[in-house]
Every structure is written in structure tokens, then in C-alpha cells.
Design a protein around this ligand. Structure first.
Ligand SMILES: Nc1ncnc2c1ncn2[C@@H]1O[C@H](COP(=O)(O)OP(=O)(O)OP(=O)(O)O)[C@@H](O)[C@H]1O
Length: 650
């Protein structure tokens, strides 16, 4: 430390001592608060609780706003009760509500609870479920070291907001009415919409330059509303691709975790998404990660049945063999005559008959089969039913269960014997891909209580056939929900390319709620690059295009089928690239080129995405054309900056 800065520190310390003199603080608390107050010289704005040192157990002694975020500081001789630290956080978070900075609305992700103990404290320190515990000797950990979360102007705005919101907190060492001299770049006059939009763009651009996405994103007003709102029953978030639905869902989980005891559940249909969401949640709220279970729905059902001593393993080969046996029998002949595709009839069983939990031909005759193409005549339905019964017999003969059986059994078991302990909240992402039985299961897990169930999805991104009405699962969202419109992921050129697809939303029109199509989404980021390639030697073209990229980090080659993904893996390895299959990715390491199916990439994003032509056979069936367009929409909207689309000719 130089002589001058030492002198300045000493002056600040004496000023702090004078400000705190009347408080009659125990000496160690006085020292800590002085130290915090001195940090004002480094861009921190301390606010002291009016009652300190006689602070209530569940209130902070100080709230300090600065470059490393908002610290909710509790000075305690002994380890506090976790409920008290949580309440102190919630109290502060509620004061933060409505705070805005140039970058947008403030989220709770910028705040954390820090419990400070005296230097001779012998108890535990470090991270607990709810807070970070340190001794007074370790204050640098929270005041000096760590990730920079707030710009100087943002910290100032938040500190002033807190001062204005409550009389319980008093600024020390700074005056909310005096504009600080050394401030970071601020908006220069005016508040036109255009300018606000530019600022948001600038901030998102900055976040994109970091190696990983900035999960402490400042949510926009609609997102923030949905994070903090208390819903009296099940609620629903919709919005086109890239509008921040998953971000919102994770913030809401953190928000609810801080307010309620008990476990929370994040689930979805796709196997890879929970792992990635868990990583994102970890960087958003590391101390709460133990409280949230991230599991795809089939794994949840399997674990649940296993715990209850019931069989739950699915042997894919046996399932395949059972279907093949039925398909090879004469029972499939009328089906083939109507639609030759084996996949179509497999979907009919998986997504319509078993997926909807249809137990009799009478019910099957009446079901709407939305999005499944030409209606099935009644006589053909009877034949499909016979085919389905043959498949079931083949399964039993092999003593095998398919994935639908596992969900159905879990639902029955839950009906019989509910969970011993309810989840505090359940969030379902990509809800449009669940079957009706899957939806009933999440509803049975969550119940209808306040804030218990949040459904997040977008009908334009449905990649599995079949649909349902929420009411068929006994769920009513009755105006409880939000529609997001601002696309933060895709640069304008990429968004435009994806929005041109005619991805018919067969899902949301079922519920009649408000929806926004991708083409009406509002792009936040400018620029972007779309390359359309057409020719015969696609492998050479894609490899050359990949080589042209200045950086391969965060790049993906996405395919329609597993077989195509495997083939591309080999091609890229042979060309010298390091490749990682998407199903082994946890969203953390951006290093090698990722290769996988679009299904595996659901809910994720990459800087550059390559979509080679997969020889999709052309079809005249409307449902298949629509499904292919939805699939393409999902694929294209995975790209943030750069999109490469291949077309094989000849
Ligand atoms: N308010 C915001 N400000 C800046 N960036 C944001 C904001 N909200 C979301 N983002 C960013 O936008 C991208 C898309 O967010 P997210 O994955 O939550 O969207 P989504 O609606 O779930 O997309 P999809 O339906 O395609 O899976 C992410 O990189 C996220 O960090």
C-alpha cells in the first residue's frame, strides 16, 4: 500500500469510527463494520440496520452493495439457524424487488448472505445450504476477491433504491443525495425506448464474450414478474425459443428454495437437459443446488418405483423385439395399407394409446388424435387396437416394460401411496414434449397447491407427436402465467432464418391461451451469420466451414438421427477435430466440437451450429411435414451467432 492510500484508508477508518460511535457495538462487530465502511472507498455502499447491534435473529446487521454484488451481512457470535439466514435473505430480496439499473431489473442472483463470526470463532465456516460463513479475518473473501457482478453505476442505483425503500437501513459513509464523483459509464440523458433497448443489447453482448453464459442475467420485467409472483395454483410460462424461459424457471426455483424448506424438483422429458440445467443453477445459486433435484421424468419414475420395491427397468432391446414381433404379424397389414411407416404406428402406441393412458377400444375410438394427420376410420381403430394388444402380449411374454409402463405404474403407485414428503415446488421444462400420462404424473407429484407447479414450454418446439389439453390432466392454469417475447439468444440473422419456417403450433392452440410465434419474437442481438450450402460433397464442405471458424469452442453439429450423429463423429475425428457426443455433455466445458441429435440439444445453445442434410425422405403427409418444420426450428434456434445449413443436391 502506498503512503497516500494508507493515509486515505486511515482517514476513512476514522470517519467510520466516528459514524459508528453511538452504536455501542461489541468491539469485534465495530471492527467488522468499520472495515466494511472503509470499503466505500472501493465502490461499496454500506447500509446499516437501524437496530444493530440489537438486530432481530432473522434480520441482517448490514446490507452492502458493491462490485461483487449485494451482501446481506449477519454479524453473529454463534452459528445462526438456517431459517433465520433464509428469512434475512428474503427480507432483503423483497426490498430489492423493483430495483432497476441501466442494464435492467435486478435479480436476487446478485445477492448472497454472509455470516461473519469473530476471529476466534471455533465453529464451522464455509458454505452451508443457505449462506457463506467467514470470520472477521476473512472479509477479503467477500469484499475484494470474487466475480464482479455490478458496474459502479448499478451498485449506486441499487444502494439508493434500498435506502428509499426502507427506514430500517441507513447509509453509512455515503449520502444518497450526493452523486458520487467517480462513477462508471452511465446513460447520457434521455430515456427513449430505443436507448433502453440498446443498453440491454450492449449488456447481453458483454455477457456473450465471457467463456460461459452469464447466469446472473438481469431479468426483464416479464421474467422477473414470473420469478417473484406467487401463483395460487399451477402456472404456465410460454414464449418462443430463446426468450429466457429456462433462465426464468431456474431463477424461480432459487427464489422458491429461499422461501420454503424442503426439496424442489426440476424435470423434463429430455434426458440431457436436467444435467445442463443443474450446472446452470449451480452458477446461479451454488448454495441451493443441494435443495433441487434435477431429473428427467422417466428417471424420476424409475427411481421412485425402485424405492417402492417395484420393477422399473426398461430393456430397450426387448421392447424393440416385442414391437417387431407385432409388426411382422398379419395384424399390421391394415395399418401398413393406411400408413406404411413403422415409426408412425410405434408413435401411435407410444404417444397416443399408451401416452394418453387409453385403457379401452371404446375410448380409443373417441380420442381426437390431434396433429396425427388423416383421421383414422372407426374400423381401422379397432384394427390398431388389436395390433396394440398383440404388442402388449409380446411385452408380457418377454417380461418387459416399456417407458410408458414405467410412467403409468409410477402414477398408479403414487395414487395408492403419495410421497411421504411433498416437493416444495415442481418445475417442468419443455412441457410440450411430455405425454398426457407424463403430465398427469408431474401433477400427481406436485399437487395443486400455491406455487407447487410451473409448466414451461413452447408448442412450436414440440418434437414428439401427439397433444393434450391441460384439463385432460386435471390441471387448470386459469390466467396464471406469462408469455415471453424478447429473444436473447439468437442474433437477428439466425432468428430470421429460423422464423421463416412454418412451424405450426399444434400444441398451444389446444388450450386456447395466448401464444407468440417465433416470427413475432423481438430480437435483442444484432448481426449473426447464416451460411446456406448446397452441393454433393457435404462432408468436405462442412469440414472446410468448421476449419474456417476462428474458434471451435461452443460449436455443434446437429443431426436428425443417432446414426447420422455417429457418422459425423467419425468424419470429424478423421478430419482431426476433437469431438464430444452431446449425450455426455453437462453444459460446462465448451472445448471440443459437439455432435448429437437435435433431440439431445433441446433446451441448450451453441455459438455456432452446423446442420448437415440428413437425407430426410420427402413426404406428403401433413403431420410429418409439420413435425419436420418444428424439428428444424428447434435445430436452427440452438445457434447464437453462426448457422450453417447444408442441402445435398443431385
Ligand atoms: N433477461 C435476459 N437478459 C439477457 N440474456 C438473457 C435474458 N434471459 C435469457 N437470456 C439468455 O438467453 C438465452 C436463452 O435463454 P433460455 O435458454 O432460458 O431460453 P428458452 O426460452 O428456455 O429457450 P428454448 O425454448 O429455445 O429452450 C440464454 O443464453 C440466456 O442466458
Amino acid at each position: 500500500m502506498t503512503g497516500t492510500s494508507h493515509h486515505r484508508q486511515e482517514r476513512l477508518r476514522r470517519e467510520a469510527e466516528a459514524e459508528l460511535r453511538d452504536r455501542q457495538l461489541p468491539s469485534w462487530k465495530g471492527r467488522v463494520l468499520q472495515r466494511i465502511a472503509v470499503e466505500h472507498g472501493n465502490g461499496w455502499y454500506p447500509l446499516l440496520n437501524e437496530s444493530t447491534p440489537n438486530t432481530a435473529a432473522d434480520r441482517p446487521d448490514a446490507v452492502v452493495v458493491g462490485p461483487l454484488g449485494v451482501l446481506v451481512v449477519l454479524l453473529r457470535d454463534a452459528e445462526p439457524d438456517w431459517e433465520d439466514t433464509r428469512r434475512a435473505f428474503v427480507w432483503t430480496a423483497e426490498l430489492l424487488a423493483g430495483a432497476t439499473t441501466d442494464a435492467g431489473a435486478v435479480t436476487e442472483a446478485v445477492a448472497r448472505v454472509v455470516v461473519v463470526h469473530p476471529a476466534d470463532h471455533r465453529g464451522r465456516t464455509g458454505h452451508t445450504g443457505e449462506h457463506l460463513a467467514i470470520t472477521e479475518a476473512e472479509l477479503d473473501r467477500v469484499l475484494v476477491r470474487g466475480e464482479r457482478l455490478l458496474e459502479p453505476a448499478e451498485a449506486w442505483d441499487i444502494a439508493r433504491h434500498l435506502d428509499a425503500r426502507t427506514r430500517d437501513l441507513t447509509p453509512i459513509m455515503w449520502n444518497p443525495r450526493t452523486v458520487p464523483q467517480q462513477r462508471g459509464p452511465r446513460r447520457a440523458g434521455g430515456s427513449g425506448l430505443f436507448e433502453v433497448r440498446d443498453l440491454r443489447r450492449e449488456r447481453v453482448e458483454r455477457a456473450l464474450q465471457r467463456p460461459f453464459r452469464d447466469w446472473r442475467v438481469f431479468l426483464d420485467d416479464t421474467q422477473l414478474g414470473a420469478v417473484r409472483r406467487s401463483y395460487s395454483g399451477p402456472a404456465r410460462i410460454t414464449g418462443p425459443a430463446g426468450t429466457g424461459k429456462t433462465v426464468l424457471a431456474l431463477h424461480r426455483l432459487a427464489h422458491l428454495a429461499r422461501r420454503t424448506p424442503g426439496k424442489l424438483l426440476f424435470t423434463t422429458h429430455a434426458r440431457s437437459l436436467p444435467r445442463i440445467a443443474a450446472e446452470q443453477f449451480r452458477s446461479l445459486a451454488p448454495h441451493l443446488v443441494q435443495r433441487v433435484e434435477f431429473t428427467h421424468l422417466h428417471a424420476w419414475a424409475r427411481n421412485f418405483l425402485t424405492e417402492r420395491g417395484q420393477p422399473a427397468d426398461v430393456d430397450e432391446q426387448q421392447v424393440e423385439a416385442a414391437f417387431e414381433a407385432a409388426w411382422c404379424s398379419e395384424l399390421s397389414a391394415p395399418l401398413r395399407a393406411f400408413r406404411s411407416s413403422r415409426y408412425y404406428w410405434k408413435d401411435e402406441i407410444d404417444r397416443v394409446i399408451k401416452g394418453r393412458g387409453i385403457g379401452s377400444l371404446e375410448t380409443y375410438r373417441t380420442v381426437a388424435r390431434k396433429g396425427r394427420g388423416r383421421p383414422l376410420p372407426s374400423e381401422l381403430r379397432a384394427q390398431v387396437w388389436r395390433f396394440y394388444c398383440a404388442y402388449e402380449r409380446e411385452l408380457s411374454a418377454r417380461d418387459a416394460l416399456d417407458h410408458n409402463d414405467v410412467l403409468t405404474r409410477a402414477l398408479t403407485e403414487l395414487d395408492h401411496r403419495p410421497l411421504p414428503e411433498q416437493y416444495a415446488a415442481v418445475v417442468v421444462d419443455e412441457v410440450q414434449d411430455l405425454t398426457l400420462v407424463g403430465l398427469r404424473l408431474v401433477h400427481a407429484i406436485s399437487g395443486d397447491g400455491r406455487d407447487q407447479l410451473l409448466l414451461v414450454g413452447d408448442g412450436q418446439q414440440q418434437v414428439y407427436p401427439g397433444g393434450w389439453l391441460l384439463s385432460e390432466a386435471g390441471i387448470s392454469v386459469q390466467g396464471r402465467g406469462e408469455v415471453l417475447r424478447r429473444n436473447y439468444r439468437n442474433r437477428a440473422a439466425v432468428l430470421q432464418e429460423a422464423a421463416e419456417l412454418n412451424a405450426v403450433n399444434r400444441f398451444d392452440d389446444l388450450d386456447g391461451g395466448p401464444t407468440v410465434a417465433l416470427r413475432s419474437a423481438l430480437p435483442v442481438l444484432r448481426g449473426g451469420r447464416v451460411v446456406r450450402w448446397a452441393g454433393t460433397d457435404q462432408e468436405a464442405a462442412l469440414v472446410a466451414a468448421l476449419r474456417e471458424l476462428d474458434d471451435h469452442a461452443d460449436t455443434a453439429v446437429l443431426t436428425r438421427t443417432n446414426a447420422a450423429a455417429q457418422r459425423w463423429e467419425e468424419v470429424l475425428r478423421a478430419a482431426g477435430f476433437t469431438v464430444r457426443p452431446l449425450d455426455r455433455w453437462d453444459g460446462r466445458t465448451p472445448g471440443p466440437v459437439h455432435v448429437g441429435t437435435v433431440h439431445r440439444a433441446k433446451g441448450t445453445e451453441f455459438r455456432a451450429v452446423f446442420l448437415p442434410d440428413d437425407h430426410v425422405p420427402s413426404t406428403a403427409h401433413r403431420d410429418e411435414v409439420e413435425a419436420a418444420d418444428r424439428h428444424r426450428l428447434v435445430a436452427r434456434t440452438r445457434a447464437r451467432d453462426h448457422l450453417w445449413i447444408g442441402t445435398l443436391t443431385g
